[in-house]
Design a protein around this ligand. Structure first.
Ligand SMILES: [Zn+2]
Length: 485
């Protein structure tokens, strides 16, 4: 059965999703990939400039994707062949047709006027003599997400997208740029969300202002997290640099020997692993707590103090940055603010007590790791030298206990810095904002949901190691004028 050849024609058309097209295609009819709804037939391709056609379609595509209804079958008669079609019903399609005619008219493109418009999707051509039941097509929806320019055998698809989308994307980007924050994956995701919200609320006169504010807010958070990550990585490295020289191979070897001696490995009468683990931990603790007397321990203590002071200072700057964002105050100079806040730490004696507390945790953490390594080594039947190697590895690895504790200490310090700033500024209510970065545990989500908290009643952050969740509150910025440009 022959179908008329339109391959040298020109049209603006909508193509259904391939899956639906596959269901609609009938045997002997148009192939699934050719099923379409003609919005306007423009005549012979030779009479229409393909660039102009594309421009027109690109403009017309500045509208939301829409859903139409397939409303049953019809048979058009009166031509050489009859045409079996699916009727397509949608007010959006009527609007599109009207806008298309207007756009073509403006470009001076005349369209053939030998038919009125009855929107349909041709399924197959039939001989006029071939009568019989049409069959039945259940009513169903069809989503149109692109508009196509078809010029002869060339077809270009333009995604349907509300014009608000590109305007909103620019507004968000402008807000983000004002924040000075980095472009992160999280910012990109936030941008897509903001663009979606804006295109759904396109009639709201305040929507672009709100979108700019969202961009600023996301940029501020991105900057905040980036600074924290950088500082935590830097201080973890400095603490590691002060730590590793303390781990002397001869001292570790002595601990391994003491452990092996205590176990009386030669005359062991069947292993008692609980006892072996307890002995290993005792030996490890003894070795690590003796580090306090090693030259260079003061350097480690100082490195922890620096990390805590930096964490506190950053927490104070973060608190002011969040308050500035909430109060639409621009111009915070994060570096000036950080230096100023850091200087104020030198008067705080309590930081040394903090540093010593975290040092003790570092030593306990390392002792736990070393104890396990010794006991595991015994269980695996390692030789003395192999045990020493394993112990050295576990104590000096990049992700050793010392780095973990450094990160935790800084996060705690940052949260304390923010909290002390809120207290000194007389803040009564604080929010908890989860970082939303995949490291959030359920306790953080609960803490966020419980916001705002009366200050003092809020959970003490961080709620878990490696937590990046934050306090947030409104603060009068009067005392921090020197931090703003
Ligand atoms: Zn958290």
């Amino acid at each position: 059965m022959g179908s008329p050849d339109y391959s040298d024609g020109c049209m603006i058309a909508l193509y259904p999703p391939p899956e639906l097209a596959g269901e609609l295609a009938v045997e002997g009819g148009l192939p699934a990939e050719d099923l379409h709804v003609t919005v306007a037939y423009l005549g012979a391709a030779g009479d229409v400039d393909s660039d102009i056609l594309r421009e027109v379609v690109e403009d017309l595509a500045g509208r939301r994707p829409f859903t139409a209804q397939l409303a049953g079958l019809a048979r058009f008669t009166g031509g050489e062949k009859d045409v079996l079609v699916a009727l397509v019903d949608s007010p959006d399609l009527e609007d599109l047709r009207r806008d298309t005619l207007d756009a073509l008219y403006e470009r001076g493109i005349q369209i053939p006027r030998d038919h009125g418009y009855c929107s349909h999707m041709t399924l197959t051509y039939l001989d006029p003599e071939e009568t019989g039941a049409l069959g039945r097509l259940d009513a169903q929806t069809v989503d149109f997400t692109t508009l196509s320019a078809v010029h002869g055998t060339d077809r270009a698809d333009f995604p349907l997208a509300h014009p608000m989308r590109s305007v909103a994307r620019e507004a968000f980007a402008a807000g983000w740029a004002m924040s000075g924050g980095p472009m992160t994956e999280r910012v990109q995701v936030a941008c897509e969300t903001a663009v979606q919200i804006a295109s759904e609320a396109a009639d709201d006169p305040d929507i672009l202002r709100a979108t700019i504010d969202l961009g600023k807010l996301e940029g501020m958070w991105a900057l905040l997290f980036q600074r924290r990550e950088e500082q935590q990585a830097r201080h973890a490295r400095l603490i590691g640099d002060a730590w590793r020289p303390l781990i002397d191979r001869a001292v570790v070897a002595a601990a391994v020997d003491e452990f092996r001696l205590r176990m009386g490995i030669a005359e062991a009468r069947g292993p008692d692993w609980a006892r072996i683990r307890a002995e290993a931990l005792a030996v490890a603790k003894k070795m690590l707590h003796a580090l306090v007397d090693v030259t260079g321990f003061g350097k480690l203590r100082q490195a922890l103090w620096d990390a805590i002071a930096a964490g506190r200072a950053e927490g104070m700057v973060n608190a002011v940055a969040i308050a500035a964002e909430r109060g639409a105050q621009v111009g915070l100079d994060w570096n000036i603010a950080f230096k100023d806040a850091y200087r104020s730490m030198e008067r705080l004696d309590e930081l040394w007590a903090d540093a010593d507390g975290w040092l003790a945790r570092t030593l306990d953490g390392a002792a736990g790791d070393l104890g396990s390594a010794l006991a595991d080594g015994m269980e695996a039947g390692l030789t003395r030298d192999e045990m020493i190697d394993a112990a050295m590895d576990i104590l000096t690895a990049d992700d050793a206990a010392v780095a973990f504790v450094a990160d935790w200490a800084m996060t705690t310090a940052a949260d304390e810095g923010a909290l002390s700033l809120y207290r000194s500024e007389g803040v009564l209510q604080i929010d908890i904002i989860s970082a939303g970065d995949g490291r959030v545990c359920s306790s953080c989500i609960d803490a966020e949901a419980g916001s705002p908290w009366h200050i003092g009643d809020q959970p003490r952050m961080p709620l878990h190691p490696s937590c990046r969740c934050c306090y947030a509150a409104d603060v009068s910025l009067a005392h921090f004028a020197s931090w703003f440009l």
